[in-house]
Ligand binder design. Structure first.
Ligand code: CA2
Length: 157
C-alpha cells in the first residue's frame, strides 16, 4: 500500500517557531517518525510539503494518477480557507485522513471551520505528531476502495 503524507503552508517551519503550540520537533523529525511507523506497518510512504495551495491540489491529482491508495493531509491554514482542496480530495476519491497537530476547535473561531473535513474518512486533531501515525494505521487497516487509473502518470502534471 502506498500512502502520501501532505503538509500545507508553514509546516516546513515546525520546531522553529511557536513550540508551545506545535512542539519542538522539526519537519524532518515528523518525516522520520512517520517513516518508522510506515515501516512497522509494511506500507510505503511519500511526503509532500508546500506553501502554495495550487501545488497541494497538484499533489493530490498526481497521487491519483500514480495509484496512491491513501492520503494523510494536514492542510494547515488551507484547512480553513480552501474549497479547492476539498474538491480535489472529492475528485480523486482516495481515502484521506485529515490531521492537525493542535486542536483547531479549541483555538480561534476562524480555525473551527474545516472545508476538507467533508471529503475525509476521519479527522485526527490535537494528538501532536503521533496523530500522523494514527492516520497511517487507520488507512493501513482499510481495504483498498480506490482503483488507480490504467497507464501511469498524467502528462499534464
Ligand atoms: O494544528 C495544526 O496542525 C494546524 O493545521 C497547523 C496550522 C494552523 O493554521 C491550523 O489551524 C492548525 C499552522 C501551521 C503553521 O506551522 C507553524 C509551524 C511552526 C511555526 C509557525 C507555524
Amino acid at each position: 500500500m502506498r500512502i502520501l503524507v501532505i503538509n500545507g503552508p508553514n509546516m516546513n517551519l515546525l520546531g522553529v517557531r511557536q513550540p508551545e503550540i506545535y512542539g519542538k520537533a522539526t519537519y524532518q523529525d515528523l518525516m522520520d517518525l512517520v517513516k518508522g511507523e510506515a515501516e512497522s506497518l509494511g506500507v510505503e510512504v511519500d511526503f509532500f510539503q508546500s506553501n502554495h495551495e495550487g501545488a497541494l491540489v497538484d499533489a493530490i491529482h498526481r497521487a491519483y494518477f500514480e495509484g496512491v491508495e491513501g492520503i494523510v493531509i494536514n492542510p494547515a491554514a488551507c484547512t480553513h480557507t480552501s474549497v479547492a482542496l476539498l474538491d480535489a480530495v472529492k475528485a480523486v476519491g482516495i481515502p484521506t485522513v485529515e490531521v492537525h497537530i493542535s486542536d483547531p476547535d479549541s483555538r480561534e473561531e476562524f480555525r473551527h471551520i474545516s472545508y476538507i473535513r467533508a471529503a475525509c474518512v476521519a479527522t485526527i486533531r490535537g494528538h501532536g505528531l503521533p496523530g500522523y501515525c494514527e492516520a497511517l494505521r487507520l488507512l493501513a487497516g482499510r481495504s483498498p476502495s480506490h482503483t488507480p487509473p490504467e497507464g501511469g502518470t498524467s502528462p499534464t502534471l
